[in-house]
Design a protein around this ligand. Structure first.
Ligand code: GRF
Length: 217
């Protein structure tokens, strides 16, 4: 039917809409390791009014990653903190906390941050640390979630934005989007379908985490 969405772009998002905007623009910090498409989605949502926020800094752990080039194009301050230069997970996380505290970040987002975080970061940004994961959690936690979902033969998969706790991909769920899989799917065909929904739900999740900040007693 003319005008109806292709079944391949169909998604179910729950909860559907963002909460009411925070009383002031949220100051966002973003962590990324690779492409940075979710980082860009947050910048665009902030600049175009979908999210009452400003992305005030990006940190990447991989020099020369695409996220860094996006930050330059989008004119967002970016810093490389190569994990190999730190003696421990905790040492890197302490440096991150110092960096984002100096930027007065309200909500910190792991947007493709391919590092396990320690309690140092989780506690410093308790209820304010958000991760995006390419599966319907609690299914397919950890690496290669899309590959494993396809290998398992699921008919529906998707993405989840959740608060971060020290256990990997186990924190409270904020919002999910479900998409279909097709018999001929590969990661190459499934990934864009999931990414499109990640870009849609992550700004909503950030607004939800931000609301929580202002509702605290
Ligand atoms: C996303 O699929 C996200 O779910 C996962 O890492 C990927 C990052 O993509 N944690 P990008 O770098 O934002 O394009």
């Amino acid at each position: 039917m003319e005008g109806s969405p292709s079944p391949r772009s169909v998604a179910l998002v729950v909860p559907h809409g963002p909460p009411s905007p925070s009383p002031r623009p949220l100051r966002l910090g973003v962590l990324a390791s690779g492409q940075g498409s979710n980082f860009e989605a947050l910048v665009q949502a902030s600049r175009h009014g979908a999210l009452h926020a400003e992305v005030v800094g990006l940190v990447v752990n991989t020099p020369h990653c695409k996220a860094l080039a996006r930050a330059e194009r989008l004119n967002v301050g970016a810093t490389v903190m190569d994990h190999r230069r730190y003696t421990s997970r905790e040492a890197l996380d302490h440096a991150l906390v110092d960096h984002f505290r100096a930027l007065q970040v309200d909500v910190l987002i792991m947007a493709g941050w391919m590092r396990i975080v320690s309690p140092v970061l989780c506690q410093a940004y308790d209820q304010r640390l958000v991760n995006i994961h390419p599966s319907l959690l609690p299914a397919f936690r950890g690496l290669n979630a899309m590959e494993r979902a396809l290998a398992a033969g699921v008919c529906i998969t998707g993405c989840t934005a959740h608060l971060v706790v020290p256990e990997v991909d186990a924190g409270p769920i904020l919002i999910q989007a479900a998409v279909p899989t097709y018999p001929d799917d590969t990661v190459a065909t499934l990934a864009p379908r999931i990414h499109a929904q990640e870009h849609r739900i992550l700004p909503v999740a950030v607004a939800m985490a931000g609301r929580h900040l202002f509702e605290r007693p």
